[in-house]
Design a protein around this ligand. Structure first.
Ligand code: ARG
Length: 469
């Protein structure tokens, strides 16, 4: 050993120290140990070990007495961790060895038999899949809850007009309900991506052992079924070195965080003094220590910002995995923290988003008053020219442009131009044109499938509420 003297008196790791004369240097221990973060996997690790022990007993590699001792020992360890009395030891590197060493402390020889026909490589791959699967289930439920909050708002405001924007310039009136449902669609795709990730994730690596499989006559279908997996993985090299499930999870997280950041940005804009489309209560805002009038939408700003952590986590893991030769390499220990951090940020962002959506008070009168500003019904005028005097759309667009310029020069709305003024530009115009220039007429006319007509929005909101009930 060429290590510094400080390691000389330390014992070698008791789990694998047979060929080691001394312990690791302090720096080696610091860079190598994962117990500081992978202790989060303790439930999954115990679950996996119990399934493994039951299988080993079934095929006769463990006696039933040993299996029961292992089972009781692991249950006892779960109790210790739950109670906060378990002494995590950094010298034991990770959660797998911490639990196994403690098991042997508690039950003796039988504990030493548990690691038959498995390796930490298939163990960690199994534990981590179980953890990500649990996270997927929790996050899917949270996404559904956020969708429900949005769909309720959509049902309540199916007919309330607001300005619709492109380039953040007033474009055409839409309803607030329609706007809410746009986010329901996005979140539903996020949920779909998680479901898809879960389907591919749900194969069990346990029994792949270190990389090549094992010489013991194990029953991989049994452990897979006991852990709720659809099937065992079918290539041992792939099984211990695959982290696609984590990369897919983070991809889904990154896309969803982007969606949440877009809504968060709109909330920030809508809350601002010049807009005042919505108001958030004290529950989702903070004050300023210097400006007494301030009510800041911090929760929305932080949801917007958490996107950085989540996309960062995806890039971190993609970069860890890039260029890794088969099979397991210690690099892969760096897979967990980005996933834990992103899952936490995503869950918090969803909770804050659902909270804000339920909390906000839309100012429907104010939104309505801006819905018609900026000549928002100009397209309705052009469409009328196509429908009634049957102008080609391009000509109708030109005529409308001249009318907008005329109204703009006089500082009035399109509907305030006189019929004579309009006929001066296009003789085919009749008084009927005024019927399409209101905001209400504009949104009501958008009856094409997926359009903003209040009847459509009410129907879509009801459909989503039924799906989410
Ligand atoms: N702590 C390790 C990890 O998280 C467990 C697997 C270690 N395997 C090994 N052969 N060193 O990746």
């Amino acid at each position: 050993m060429t290590d510094t003297p400080e390691n000389a008196n330390k014992p070698a790791n008791m789990q694998w120290g047979g060929r080691f004369a001394g312990g690791p240097s302090a720096i080696m221990q610091d860079i190598n140990a994962s117990i500081g973060f992978d202790r989060k996997l303790w439930r999954q690790d115990i679950r996996g070990s119990r399934a493994h022990a039951a299988m080993l007993a079934t095929i006769g590699l463990l006696t039933r007495e040993d299996e029961h001792a292992i089972d009781a020992g692991l249950e006892g360890i779960a109790g210790e961790i739950e109670a906060g009395s378990f002494a995590f030891d950094v010298a034991l590197e990770d959660i797998h060895m911490n639990i196994e060493a403690r098991l042997t402390d508690r039950i003796g020889e039988a504990g030493k038999r548990l690691h038959t026909a498995r390796s930490r490589n298939d163990q960690v791959a199994t534990d981590f899949r179980l953890w990500v699967r649990d996270a997927i289930d929790g996050l899917s439920a949270q996404i559904a809850d956020t969708m429900q909050a949005l769909a309720r708002r959509a049902a309540d405001h199916a007919a309330d007009p607001m300005p619709g924007f492109t380039h953040l310039q007033t474009a055409q009136p839409v309803t607030f309900g329609h706007h809410m449902l746009a986010y329901v669609e996005m979140l539903d795709r996020d949920r779909g991506r998680l479901a898809d990730c879960r389907r591919r994730l749900n194969a069990c690596p346990l029994g792949s052992a270190a990389l090549a499989g094992t010489s013991f006559p194990i029953d991989r279908r049994m452990t897979a079924a006991a852990l709720g997996f659809d099937r065992p993985t079918s290539n041992s090299l792939d099984a211990v070195s695959d982290r696609d499930f984590a990369m897919e999870f983070l991809s889904a997280a990154a896309i969803s965080a982007v969606h949440l950041s877009r809504l968060a940005e709109e909330i920030v804009i809508w809350c601002s003094a010049p807009y005042r489309f919505i108001r958030l209560s004290d529950a989702f805002t903070t004050g300023s220590s210097i400006m007494p009038q301030k009510r800041n939408p911090d929760a929305a700003e932080l949801v917007r910002a958490k996107t950085g952590r989540v996309t960062g986590a995806l890039v971190a893991l993609l970069t860890v995995m890039k260029g890794l030769p088969l099979a397991y390499a210690k690099d892969m220990q760096e897979d967990k923290e980005p996933v834990f951090d992103a899952a936490e940020a995503w869950a918090l962002s969803l909770a804050a988003t659902a909270g804000m959506v339920r909390d906000m008070t839309p100012d429907t009168v104010r939104m309505r008053s801006f819905a018609g500003s900026g000549f928002a019904t100009a397209t309705d005028l052009a469409d009328w020219l196509v429908r009634v005097p049957r102008l080609p759309f391009r000509s109708a667009h030109h005529v409308t442009g001249r009318l907008v310029a005329m109204a703009e020069a006089r500082g009035i709305d399109l509907a305030e131009l006189s019929l004579a003024d309009m006929q001066g530009v296009e003789p085919g115009i009749t008084a009927d044109i005024f019927s399409v220039l209101t905001v209400e007429a504009s949104v009501a006319s958008r009856t094409s499938y997926g359009g903003t007509a209040p009847a459509n929005v009410a129907e879509q909101a009801a459909r989503w509420l039924a799906v989410l009930a």
